[in-house]
Design a protein around this ligand. Structure first.
Ligand code: HEC
Length: 461
């Protein structure tokens, strides 16, 4: 039975167009008879008002059934409901008046009032289904810059607060269009922590410390083509980083005030938000396969060279087994320089000349110079590799002065500096040069978290 009622309720959006049609029609006829002195039969008008009274009443009934789903804003619903009921009553009165006979003036006024009621009822109705700012939204958007997508490389993790600066913006971008004061799909509001913890139809959306009991996460992890997947398929999906953020927030207790750094220890931050191995630094732009002759020749000389992933023509190249020939090999590798994304030069001697060559490898994002023989001048050249995300300088003789020249690298996220000549006193200064980069001196201690002792389950997908 309830399913049948739900079905009738869903007829409401279609049915409401009938009284609209009848009332507009009668209004046009009344105007025409007034201004143009056209002959309009009273029985035709009477029939139109009768039909609008009948269909408006039907709309009220189906509207009531629809409203029982509880997904609508109460205040807007209140106005829409009572305007609708007034409209049905006024249509009925108009029908009675016109059947009665002569009151031409009264019927003109009535018709105008009915049109006004129609506009308001329609407006509240649209606000119910599409949100209160449905009409004004495109106008407001004219002057508003687009919300920039979450870019974790620009986040200063030691300063930001977890919920206000990281979690809330994600929810606002991807969820509140359907879960806020305007609309409460699934009876759920996500625009404020109080509501988030209160939850929706099926209970709590977020249970602090409990990832597997938080409906919000299960909805995100459920298969994309499942109806229950959030956000729904037709809306912009959450990115990997956004999902990780929401998970980590719940896992660390869903605090709404504290700083990110107070909730997530640095050791843990290091492993976060690192791209999956196969995605590391692959440029968005596709590239045609590299010249196979170059690859063949290098492979023969014991250079290890492989595509970064099965779907990519970008290359990861390693000279680690042939450090002595690095200079000559690099010259040869130069023929496919746009393909090289990762380069291992561990243990080689990197001369100024090689560093100059390297600076034309414009897609290079991961550079391994661990235990290489390099100088601070070489680092100055490395600083021109603007796509560099990852740089390993472990065990080299670089000094703080050399590192300073890397300050300008816009995308650098990981900088490995353990076992270098850099003195302990310089650590803090160097860290301050790279607010968006994880600088690893190998001196961190791993604090234990309560949540670290929990059983770790593989993520559900
Ligand atoms: C386009 C509209 C839309 C967007 C955007 C959207 N949702 Fe939903 N959401 C719904 C609808 C409709 C339901 C109710 C139907 C259902 O239970 O699947 C729902 C239900 C839910 C529920 C279950 C509530 C309960 O207690 O049953 C959760 C949790 C949820 N959404 C979370 C999210 C999150 C998190 C986001 C953002 C990442 C999001 N939603 C974005 C439309 C949306």
């Amino acid at each position: 039975m309830t399913h049948l009622l739900e079905f009738f309720g869903r007829l409401h959006p279609m049915l409401v167009h009938l009284p609209i049609g009848f009332l507009v029609m009668s209004f046009i006829l009344i105007i025409a008879s007034h201004w143009k002195r056209a002959k309009v039969s009273r029985s035709a008008l009477s029939l139109l008002f009768l039909f609008s009274a009948f269909t408006a009443t039907l709309s009220c009934l189906t509207g009531y059934l629809l409203s029982r789903s509880g997904e609508y804003n109460e205040e807007t619903l209140f106005w829409h409901k009572w305007m609708g009921i007034t409209l049905a009553a006024a249509s009925t009165m108009a029908w009675i008046i016109i059947r009665d006979g002569k009151h031409t003036r009264t019927i003109q006024i009535f018709s105008a009032v009915l049109i006004a009621l129609l506009l308001f009822t329609g407006h509240w109705g649209a606000s119910l289904t599409h949100g209160g700012n449905y009409l004004s939204e495109p106008l407001a958007a004219i002057n508003q810059p687009e919300v920039a997508p979450l870019d974790l490389s620009k986040v200063n993790f030691t300063e930001v607060k977890f919920y206000p600066d990281l979690v809330r913006p994600v929810i606002e971008r991807k969820c509140t269009s359907c879960h806020s004061a305007e609309k409460q799909k699934g009876n759920l509001r996500l625009d404020n922590p109080e509501f988030i913890f209160k939850g929706g139809k099926s209970g709590k959306a977020v249970v602090p410390f409990r990832k597997d009991e938080s409906e919000l996460l299960s909805r995100i992890h459920i298969a994309t083509d499942d109806k229950k997947h959030m956000p729904p398929k037709e809306k912009p999906a959450l990115t990997r980083d956004e999902i990780q953020l929401l998970e980590l927030w719940i896992e660390t207790g869903a605090d709404v005030e504290k700083k990110f750094a107070d909730l997530v220890p640095e050791a843990k931050r290091q492993t976060l938000f690192a791209p999956a191995e196969e995605e590391q630094g692959i440029p968005d732009k596709e590239i045609s396969p590299a010249d196979p002759r170059v690859i063949e020749s290098l492979t023969k000389q014991e250079v290890s060279i492989a595509p970064l992933s099965q779907r990519s023509n970008y290359l990861s190249v390693s000279f680690v087994s042939v450090p002595k020939q690095a200079s000559a090999l690099l010259k040869e590798l130069g023929q496919v320089k746009h393909h090289v994304v990762a380069l291992h030069l561990g243990g080689s001697e990197v001369t100024d000349e090689m560093a100059a060559m390297l600076s034309s490898f414009d897609n290079l994002s991961r550079l391994y110079l661990d235990d290489a023989i390099i100088s601070d001048q070489v680092l100055a050249k490395v600083a021109s590799l603007t796509n560099l995300v990852f740089l390993n300088l472990k065990g080299t003789a670089v000094t703080a002065r050399g590192i300073e020249s890397l300050k300008t690298l816009p995308r650098l996220r990981h900088l490995f500096l353990y076992q270098t000549k850099i003195s302990r006193e310089d650590h803090a200064t160097i860290k301050s040069w790279f607010p968006h980069t994880i600088v690893d001196f190998g001196d961190y201690q791993v604090p234990t978290l309560a949540s670290d002792t929990q059983e770790v389950k593989p993520p559900k997908r």
